[in-house]
Design a protein around this ligand. Structure first.
Ligand SMILES: NC(=O)c1ccc[n+]([C@@H]2O[C@H](COP(=O)([O-])OP(=O)(O)OC[C@H]3O[C@@H](n4cnc5c(N)ncnc54)[C@H](OP(=O)(O)O)[C@@H]3O)[C@@H](O)[C@H]2O)c1
Length: 299
């Protein structure tokens, strides 16, 4: 069972699980199903903040694994709407934990590099967290609840995820930069934050590997190249032959965003590579996949 199946990771997981036909899939998300294919799996509307509904859906479908992708993922919105953020990112996880404990369900939970302060990246799984934002704080609290539970659990941490799916509610850095540069719009991009951008397909593969292997513990699942956000956007421009002179380097301070961001994150991926057989693709290979998918969507 996947929560948040309408999201970027949720749709990639749906696609991946349907492709190899090895598993029965129950896709769930808030509101109507936005994945373009309706056959081959079940879809149930599920608001994860509604404990009764959560219990009903899980009792009806009896999953043996839950991949929990649903969350409030807009970092500034979390800062500005703390109650809603806590409800989704902490309280709902608590409901899930209780049900997974009762029914012995393997819980695979998605977390983030934003639990770190960015002073000592790239991080190993056992590095000391110190979130700078409310989003990061709630994701860390959820991790702690899971770690202190009696579930069979895995926490998969990831970093800016990019990719293209049908009708997503939130864009991502690659699509945003490509679209602005194609329109000839100048864009301001921070040159003092470093990340390992993650192809949504790679993250979905990491989730599936963790599910199939019954993995327990914390795993870093991200792209493998550390770059500044400025360099990332430059690579997007190079890849699609767009005008790099439109990209203006700026400092994070000048953006005045509600939530503070960590300076340099990035992950050491050895554990996922060795124990899960995780094989992250290069950023260029990821962009090539996005290009191919965009071409089939336009056709
Ligand atoms: N994207 C990143 O850069 C990134 C980085 C680090 C960690 N992560 C973590 O990775 C996970 C997946 O991220 P993502 O990029 O796939 O996020 P996403 O595209 O924002 O997807 C989240 C999905 O959850 C759904 N949702 C929101 N509230 C819900 C509720 N109350 N009940 C059920 N579903 C609800 C959303 O529905 P609507 O589409 O209808 O709003 C959305 O489809 C999250 O846990 C996130 O914290 C993401």
């Amino acid at each position: 069972m996947v929560t948040g199946s309408n999201g970027l990771l949720g749709q990639k997981l749906t696609e991946r699980i349907l492709a190899d036909k090895q598993h029965e899939l129950i896709a769930t998300s808030k509101g109507a199903n936005r994945y373009p294919v309706e056959e081959g799996y079940s879809y149930a509307e599920l608001d994860i903040t509604n404990e009764n509904q959560l219990r009903e859906v899980i009792t009806e479908f009896q999953p043996n694994t839950i991949i929990h992708t649903a969350a409030m993922t807009n970092v500034d919105a979390c800062e500005n709407n703390k109650d809603q953020c806590r409800l989704l990112n902490v309280d709902a996880v608590n409901y899930l934990i209780r049900i997974c404990e009762e029914k012995d369900i393997h819980l695979i939970h998605l977390s983030t590099d934003f639990i770190f302060d960015g002073e000592a990246g790239p991080y190993r799984e056992d590095a000391e967290p110190n979130p700078l934002s409310y989003y990061g704080q709630t994701k860390l609290e959820a991790e702690q609840l899971i770690q202190n539970s009696n579930c069979r659990w895995a926490i998969l941490r990831t970093i800016i995820v990019y990719g293209i799916v049908n009708d997503i509610s939130r864009s991502n850095i690659v699509l945003w930069a490509k679209s602005a540069l194609e329109k000839g719009s100048p864009i301001n991009v921070v040159n003092d934050q470093w990340r390992m951008p993650t192809l949504a397909e790679d993250l979905a593969e990491g989730c599936l590997l963790a599910a199939e292997k019954g993995a327990c513990g914390i795993y870093n699942i991200s792209g493998k190249e550390l770059m500044s956000i400025f360099e990332l956007v430059e690579q997007v421009a190079d890849f699609w032959n767009l005008d790099k002179s439109l990209i203006k380097p700026i400092s994070s301070d000048s953006l005045n965003q509600a939530a503070k961001r960590p300076k340099k994150t990035g992950f050491i991926l050895d554990k996922a590579i060795n124990k899960l057989d995780y094989k992250p693709r290069s950023f260029k290979e990821g962009l090539e996949i996005v290009r191919r998918q965009l071409a089939t969507m336009i056709d």
